[in-house]
Design a binder for this molecule. Structure first.
Ligand code: ZN
Length: 88
């Protein structure tokens, strides 16, 4: 059975990976990445789609620009917070 995916979660994980490559000043170990994702996702509405549609969205980058701005803002905030209070 196919399960719906949370598009917000897919996109947030992509953004975290992108930031991880761009920023060498912040720890992006598995613990910190998971904390960053959890924090950002708690501040963003989930958007569930069926799997095929989710992959299409991600592949073609068809995104509401307001949504991607919101995602980036929350991811950046989460990165700042976690980098100041790492759990290790
Ligand atoms: Zn870390």
């Amino acid at each position: 059975m196919k399960k719906p995916v949370n598009l917000t979660e897919l996109l947030v994980s992509q953004l975290v990976e992108e930031q991880c490559k761009k920023r060498s000043d912040v720890c992006f170990c598995d613990t910190c990445k998971a904390d960053i994702m959890a924090m950002a996702l708690n501040h963003l509405p989930p958007r569930y789609v069926n799997t095929d549609k989710g992959e299409l969205f991600v592949r073609t980058g068809v995104l509401n620009s307001q949504l991607s701005t919101d995602l980036l803002v929350e991811v950046s905030k989460a990165i700042e917070h976690v980098s100041k209070n790492p759990r290790h």
